[in-house]
Design a protein around this ligand. Structure first.
Ligand SMILES: [Zn+2]
Length: 132
């Protein structure tokens, strides 16, 4: 898979931030229990990483970025799209986990930079899963 993703566009400083956070998450038994299943890997092979990244943006804009999310904590299924297990594995599933793990406060709309960071960590995890 040689498609360029958001990860390839990060500078070294931002990439290091993502790598360190992935390391931190790897200490959690719950976060590391998530993996892509066969169907999700097939989906990526068929549709490509750019399509998955585009979907990640759409999901995040819709159910993580708003200041108030009525079903927060329940908005991310565990499987059926590669982005779903990726969000649980990276603690970007809901605003509660986002605050706890990434120190991004609840109750305010996410900034473009915060969204970029979230998409980056999701895509980093997905690329790592695909290549393992
Ligand atoms: Zn959560």
């Amino acid at each position: 898979m040689d498609e360029r993703t958001i990860i390839d566009k990060l500078n070294n400083k931002d990439l290091t931030i993502i790598e360190n956070k992935i390391k931190e998450l790897s200490k959690s038994t719950f976060r590391t229990s998530f993996h892509l299943n066969k169907k999700e890997i097939e989906y990526i092979n068929k549709n490509g990483l750019n399509k998955v990244e585009q979907h990640a943006y759409e999901f995040i804009k819709k159910n993580l970025a708003p200041s108030n999310i009525p079903n927060d904590g329940k908005q991310t299924p565990t499987h059926n799209h590669p982005v779903f297990p990726a969000r649980h594995a990276t603690a970007t599933c809901c605003r509660g986990c986002l605050e706890k793990w990434h120190h991004i406060k609840k109750g305010k709309e996410l900034t473009d930079n915060e969204i970029k960071y979230i998409i980056s960590i999701i895509m980093y995890w997905i690329v790592k899963e695909v290549n393992k």
